[in-house]
Design a protein around this ligand. Structure first.
Ligand SMILES: [Zn+2]
Length: 379
């Protein structure tokens, strides 16, 4: 026993603080691999971990996908093909968030109504945010009102070009909180339709492309996701500040932030936004990698903000939806994600309670989108 105490004391002297421990040389430090190290795209280690596996090909409850990007719903063939994929996944309703206005909206609405999936699709309209100048706001608001009259049940997806690329008629960048657009957001509030908006991209896309960047691979693969050039792009925080001013200036508008506002890696930040903005909602499209790496924290967040979170998927790849069901419904551990350039890590299930699943899957969407079909959901 005494000897054990002595060893512990010795260890305490050797590792007085974590920082000092880092400076100490470790066994094997400085050794070089005997073989050329693989590149990060080549290294795909087989996991030897054996744990329970619960695949979820079909969601436990009917789901509304508020962030759908199906092909244009213009023919029976396309509508049937997408509809059959939805049946298998238990996707009850898909919001076509491609943003369709005018003839493109009405022709898709007509095709859906004539199909056997007429209760399974709704369509959001889009806003023409190019060359905004004096008078644009009123014009865009009028188009919005006409599209809603024609059958659109929301606005969006307003794409990330708004904030990153769109220029005003005078050549300057169109800021998210430009007052010219106030009539548009107020019209949406009056019509009681949600505004579904995608602002920016993950914060790492605005950071230097170095080996500390956790999105290095994606940035190396996609030149158009690099926003490091401050002469062309605002910083991440500048964009988010514009967004936050926009949301705060229109508290009666129902806002839905795409991709958890790109704060899935800092859920407490999104939580503070929910706390201060009662009409703010958000959806989970394309950020599953961030939820699945923090299952306990994310579960607490989903329980706390269960009335504000919506399901959305983004790109329409039917085989990817079951990854979402598995993360939300199970407590499985250390399983693969579907896209290696989003995340080089594994996912863990959040095991959300049924009452929370129902809200995220459909009840919150039914609450904020009055124009959704109501049939096909549990009472
Ligand atoms: Zn989208």
């Amino acid at each position: 026993m005494q000897r054990r105490m002595a060893v512990l004391t010795l260890l305490a002297l050797m590792f007085p603080t974590p920082a000092a421990a880092q400076q100490r040389s470790r066994p094997g430090q400085g050794r070089q691999p005997e073989f050329p190290p693989p590149s990060i795209t080549d290294y795909k280690p087989r996991s030897t971990l054996v744990v329970p596996v619960h695949l979820v090909p079909r969601a436990k409850y009917p789901v509304i996908d508020i962030h759908g990007h199906p092909p244009a719903l213009l023919s029976n063939d396309v509508i049937d093909r997408v509809g059959r994929a939805m049946d298998a996944l238990n996707l009850q309703v898909m919001v076509n968030a491609n943003g369709s206005s005018g003839d493109r909206l009405t022709s898709q609405l007509a095709a859906v109504r004539a199909s056997r999936y007429k209760d399974r699709f709704v369509i959001f309209t889009t806003l023409d945010l190019r060359n905004v100048g004096p008078g644009s706001g009123a014009k865009i608001a009028a188009q919005l009102e006409a599209d809603v009259k024609a059958g659109a049940v929301g606005v969006g997806e307003i794409m990330k070009g708004f904030g990153l690329y769109n220029r005003k008629a005078d050549g300057t960048r169109l800021k998210l909180d430009d007052p010219e657009l106030d009539p548009v957001w107020e019209t949406a509030a009056r019509l009681k339709i949600p505004v579904f908006i995608h602002v920016g991209d993950p914060s790492e896309f605005f950071q230097p492309l170095d080996y500390q960047n956790e999105r290095w691979l994606e940035l190396a693969l996609y030149p158009n996701r690099r926003y490091q050039d401050r002469s062309r792009f605002p910083s991440f925080e500048e964009l988010m500040a514009e967004r936050d001013r926009l949301l705060a200036r229109h508290p009666n508008t129902i806002w839905v932030l795409a991709h958890l506002g790109w704060h899935a890696n800092d859920l407490a930040r999104l939580g503070r936004m929910f706390d201060s903005l009662p009409n703010l909602y958000s959806e989970v499209g394309a950020v599953l990698y961030d939820l699945g790496r923090q299952p306990r924290n994310a579960q607490r967040f989903f329980i706390k903000y269960q009335d504000r979170l919506l399901f959305g998927k983004d790109s329409f790849q039917p085989d990817e939806y079951p990854y979402y069901w598995r993360v939300f419904e199970t407590d499985d551990e250390y399983f693969d994600y579907y896209r290696d350039y989003h995340a080089f890590w594994k996912l863990y299930g959040l095991a959300l309670p049924d009452s929370v699943l129902k809200k995220v899957y459909y009840a919150n969407a039914l609450k904020i989108i009055p124009g959704l079909p109501r049939s096909g959901f549990p009472k």
